[in-house]
Design a protein around this ligand. Structure first.
Ligand SMILES: *[C@@H]1O[C@H](CO)[C@@H](O)[C@H](O)[C@H]1NC(C)=O
Ligand SMILES: *[C@@H]1O[C@H](CO)[C@@H](O)[C@H](O)[C@H]1NC(C)=O
Length: 576
């Protein structure tokens, strides 16, 4: 009996070894990977979701035929969870960490304190390995086009230091579509309107509009997303021409559909049936973007690359829906900036010839975190997702799980059991694979679109007797033991309207434990203070002197009052 058991075990071992050998021998698949991260794209602002809402006005407003049809021939990722604002989601995507392990806030790039042990600056820590570095090490050509917003105070945070062979885009959170200057919504390093457009290793000085271009005066000017589309299609054409057998990683982060909403005039005219200005502009910018996606897919097809391409399209966070936001997250509750699903459950799909035939047209309902693309891409490229550089700096390891076995149909279920969702300081909610979502503390969550899908503001909502909207969702204390926590089942109740905390004490107990663990292992980032005199800050002086008034890295650059000064330079960063 014992002998038989031992024999059996040995047999198992041999089989396992043989299997491992076969896997090691298999060449990595190495598809072209094209990712499109749309900015502030609301749940109902995708035709695929809008058509489920029985509302003619909404269906007329939301025109995304290319992305609808791509998803129909690809796989809809129905449960992709992201952070509720931009930079943390993008930081997670870049590094394969849950946002709490990399960066939880959007900040300007001029804060700095050289005495802080980790880095003292905002953005992704220089010592974390980005996805493009991984793919480059596997032989990919790499390029990022569009929004960066991952930190740029240091040269070591710039796209070129993150493994991108080429970069064309803006460094901050958003600029003007027509002047490429930082808009008043996102504060620049100099507290003024500096230019924000960068090309490879220098400011894109050749792209500065020759005269006073603006949304109000568009003649002879170039809309920023048109610049980016040209860069993307040019990169594909050049790649196909030079060596199409080399795999390509193309990361495209359009300006759309983020504020300021400044559509091309002819495009806006197509939507003049929408009275409310923000919603009209949002619809116009969105449809413009959809057509660009269509043209980029055509470019891949024309070059014979589509059959080997994995296309990933996703939102970085929910849409801003109130008044000037123009977005719509119906039937999800809340919006960008908050942790009800309207802020953190993102539109997403994959498409392209690389998606297995049998999976096309399906919906993946399992949990996926924004951090999970990292390990998925690494596996497809044939490199491990581990990060030794970060480990040496004492930074958290990669959290990413390989989703390809699930998405390709090799296994039934998503490997992810739990999603952790944070506010700007610490985890605030967890969602498990049964759909239970525990929320603690307070989160704002306007629900007017739950009452009337095409309402543009609270004022337009006609409330029936006994109906209320709730501005703030109060879920007790944000600290253990989380007295007063809310519990929803987001599978059964996507609008999070039915708090079932009283009925499920055992679920609360289980999720509270997970939340407590997540709160304890959150990476505590520290940054310097914002400069008291922004115009005299080193960031601003370097921008003027070194970059001709463009945003740019500044820590490693000597300041203009004393060109010999290098005391600002961080040895730990320079020593990388
Ligand atoms: C084209 O790319 C492949 C894969 O990266 C590489 O093996 C090959 O050497 C390249 N050919 C040329 C001519 O560069
Ligand atoms: C520039 O360098 C000089 C000399 O080291 C220093 O005194 C000054 O504070 C620096 N200026 C800024 C804006 O950092």
């Amino acid at each position: 009996m014992l002998l038989q058991q031992q024999l059996g075990q040995r047999l198992l071992l041999v089989t396992a070894l043989l299997l491992a050998q076969r896997c090691a021998d298999a060449a990595p698949l190495q598809p072209h990977i094209v990712t499109i991260v749309l900015d502030d794209w609301g749940w109902a602002n995708w035709g695929h979701h809008a058509r489920l809402v029985k509302n003619q006005q909404l269906q007329k407003e939301v025109q995304t035929p290319y992305m609808d049809s791509l998803a129909q021939n690809g796989i809809v990722l129905d449960r992709l969870y992201v952070h509720n604002v931009c930079s943390p989601s993008r930081s997670a995507f870049l590094t394969g960490r849950n946002p709490r392990h990399v960066n939880l806030i959007n900040r300007p790039s001029d804060m700095y304190d050289p005495s802080l042990s980790l880095d003292g600056i905002w953005g992704v820590p220089a010592q974390m390995t980005g996805i493009a570095e991984k793919l480059k090490s596997a032989g990919y050509a790499t390029q990022h086009v569009g929004k960066w917003h991952l930190g740029y105070a240091s040269d070591h945070q710039m796209p070129s230091a993150r493994g991108y062979d080429h970069f064309f885009g803006y460094l901050g959170g958003g600029n003007d579509h027509w002047t490429y200057k930082i808009n008043k919504l996102s504060k620049g390093s100099c507290g003024r309107s500096s230019l924000d457009l960068w090309h490879d290793a220098a400011p894109a000085a050749d792209k500065v509009p020759p005269h006073a271009c603006s949304y109000a005066s568009q003649d002879g000017c170039t809309y920023e997303d048109a610049l980016f589309e040209r860069q993307v299609t040019g990169a594909i054409d050049r790649h196909a021409e030079s060596n199409a057998t080399q795999p390509l990683f193309l990361s495209w982060a359009p300006h759309a559909v983020h504020a300021p909403l400044q559509p091309i005039a002819a495009q806006e005219a197509k939507f003049d049936f929408i009275d409310f200005p923000a919603r009209r502009k949002y619809a116009a910018v969105l449809n413009d973007m959809d057509r660009r996606v269509g043209r980029v897919v055509s470019t891949l097809k024309r070059n014979g690359m589509w059959d080997d391409t994995l296309l990933v399209v996703m939102a970085d966070n929910g849409g801003p829906s109130l008044n000037e936001g123009g977005a719509n997250n119906y039937p999800l509750r809340g919006e960008k900036g908050f942790n009800t699903d309207g802020g953190v459950r993102a539109n997403a799909f994959i498409a392209g010839g690389f998606v297995p035939q049998a999976q096309r047209g399906s919906v993946a309902e399992g949990l996926i975190g924004v951090e999970d693309f990292y390990a998925t891409f690494c596996t497809l490229a044939g490199v491990t997702p581990g990060d030794k550089k970060a480990a040496a700096a004492g930074l958290p390891p990669v959290d990413s799980l390989d989703m390809w076995p699930y998405l390709s149909g090799a296994v039934e279920a998503s490997p992810r059991d739990l999603v952790v969702v944070s506010d700007g300081h610490r985890p605030q909610a967890v969602i498990d694979r049964l759909g239970y979502k525990l929320i603690v503390g307070e989160t704002s969550s306007r629900v007017f679109q739950q009452i009337e899908p095409v309402a543009a503001s609270l004022k337009q909502v006609r409330l029936s007797a006994g109906q209320t909207w709730q501005q703030v969702l109060r879920c007790g204390s944000q600290y253990p033991p989380y007295t007063g926590a809310c519990l929803f089942n987001v599978f059964e109740d996507p609008s999070e309207s039915n708090n079932i905390a009283h009925a499920h004490p055992e679920v609360i107990k289980r999720l509270a434990k997970s939340l407590d663990e997540a709160q304890r292992d959150t990476l505590q980032r520290q940054y310097g203070a914002e400069p008291t005199a922004p115009l005299k800050s080193p960031a601003c002086l370097v921008s003027e002197r070194e970059w001709g008034g463009f945003e740019g890295p500044w820590i490693e650059y000597k300041n203009s009052t004393n060109p010999g000064n290098t005391q600002d330079a961080r040895p730990s960063l320079l020593g990388l």
